[in-house]
Design a protein around this ligand. Sequence first.
Ligand code: SAH
Length: 335
Amino acid sequence: MELPDICEVLGQEQPGYRAKQVYDAVYRGQVSDLVQITSLPLGLRRELAQNHEVGLPEIAREYLSTDGTRRYLLRLEDQRTVETVLMPEGDRDTICISSQVGCPVSCTFCMTALMGLERNLTAGEIVGQVLLVSQKNHLRQDGGRLNIVMMGQGEPLLNLPNVLKATRILLDPAGFSLSPRRITVSTAGIIPQIEELGRQEMRPKLAISLNASTEEMRRELMPITRKYHLKDLLEVCRRYPLREWEKLTFEYVLLRGVNDADADARRVVKLLANLNAKVNLIALNPGPEIPYQTPEPARVAAFQAIVRRALPCFLRKPRGLDIFAACGQLKRNTG
Ligand code: SAH
């Protein structure tokens, strides 16, 4: 049973504030067992704990990188496994969560694509990744220390109802109380769902995987874009209702000799010219079955320098490369 359902049952059978006490304890007090909710009478606690579990995923394995990144292989109720990554950095923590088991989008540079789609995660399983990793590592979300990125396994916008429900739970001031500035969803560019996301009052920030500077190259690297064309994507971006503090983020994976030329950088600038945007570059994280190479650092720097003349452009540092935790490497690797 998922937590919102437990609260609903409680609300009917107990005074309303009891449900709020449970909600508070689980999302703010960070208890992992209902018997620990000390604000409830002992009898009720025991009864709850006997009949319900908080329902967090179980840690099947944990991998620790030399750079401090942790990759969790989580076992779900149906025994399927999915991955979540914690990246501590100075006084900030970022949790990268999955939205699906596997992924239906077959980007040619991404290892998760090789799994195919197994299933969508429920809203409880999406939130559960955040609660579990926060509890395990005693993370604090106050003062904007904690960032959540939905950039793990899956294409979040192909599981939009659950992604939105999870986002509302994480943003709820009475619950986990995350700031909307601290949660980002990344998409390969599913146009109708981008529009739907824009219509939501409670929504994460939007990042879009651009990854190419021409329609033809994008089709080659991201076959799903045969359906969702670059021109239409950029048109939807122009109309996207950004909040006053918000920019659109475009991610661009650099593949040696494929999309990393100066001419590509200049085309990226042109494509994004009329948008309130920033660019995050990612030099390819290689994988055994990935038919591309990582560009030299000097090439990456030259590309960044060109884009940066026109708009903010950052290079994303690879995290957890040694434990297969970096972007595009989440494929339940046991190495
Ligand atoms: N499906 C969503 C969420 C995944 S986010 C999306 O496509 O945006 C993962 C990010 O990592 C994407 O921007 C993707 O382009 C990038 N990525 C995938 N494989 C990669 C690899 N091997 N090396 C570096 N970045 C990669």
